[in-house]
Write a protein that binds this ligand. Structure first.
Ligand SMILES: [Fe+2]
Ligand SMILES: [Fe+2]
Length: 206
């Protein structure tokens, strides 16, 4: 049977008018590289949570075919990322850690408006924003890490997360055309840029 692929994203969306990402504060990458095992433990959790988030979208909007198709593919891809990070942890003899609350994601989720008119839009846009930050930070790891295998791995992960933020922007524009999608993205992106400047730096994705 041919593989079902209903991804609504053929080309990268036009993001020229969207609020640019403020660079991660200096010092974050040094803290990460100084305790890379802790970073990997957190990274594994983040991938698992991303997969769960995609599945929760499927449960919430079972009748939105294009969303379901995209989120099922995303859930599988994030779970594969989790598996790959778990493999890295095992190779290094590091025990996976229990999931902990991610202060960054918790604060961003508080910005989702509960009103059903805006809930889907805000969830998609927070998804886009979290993926965009992930792509930037994994890119920083790829750029600064010495180990060639890890460099290759993080380069691939960064590329994949960049596709994900584009996917969420495309879904938001396609599924919420009656709402000011780009303006809301810019609002949330400004808040996220401020949040990143304010949160303490840890050997973690956020
Ligand atoms: Fe991922
Ligand atoms: Fe992702």
């Amino acid at each position: 049977m041919a593989e079902l692929n209903l991804h609504p994203i053929a080309n990268a969306p036009d993001t020229a008018e969207l609020t640019p990402l403020a660079a991660t504060p200096e010092g974050w990458i040094e803290i990460v590289l100084a305790d890379f095992d802790a970073f990997l433990q957190d990274h594994a959790s983040a991938e698992k949570k991303a997969s769960g988030m995609a599945l929760s979208m499927v449960s919430h909007y079972p009748d939105q075919t294009s969303l379901v198709a995209a989120m099922v593919d995303l859930a599988v891809e994030e779970l594969n990322h989790y598996k790959e990070v778990m493999r890295l942890l095992m190779t290094r003899g590091v025990t996976p850690a229990a999931d902990r609350k991610d202060p960054y994601v918790t604060r961003l989720n508080k910005l989702v408006r509960k009103d059903s008119a805006f809930f889907l839009l805000d969830r998609l846009l927070i998804g886009a924003i979290v993926e965009r930050r992930g792509a930037e930070r994994f890119g920083l790891v790829a750029k600064h890490i010495d180990d060639a295998e890890l460099r290759k791995f993080y380069h691939a992960i960064a590329k994949s997360e960049a596709r994900h933020w584009h996917l969420f922007v495309t879904l938001a524009r396609n599924l919420c055309p009656h709402l000011p999608v780009d303006a809301r993205f810019c609002e949330l992106a400004e808040l996220e840029n401020a949040l990143v400047a304010e949160l303490p730096l840890r050997p973690a994705l956020h």
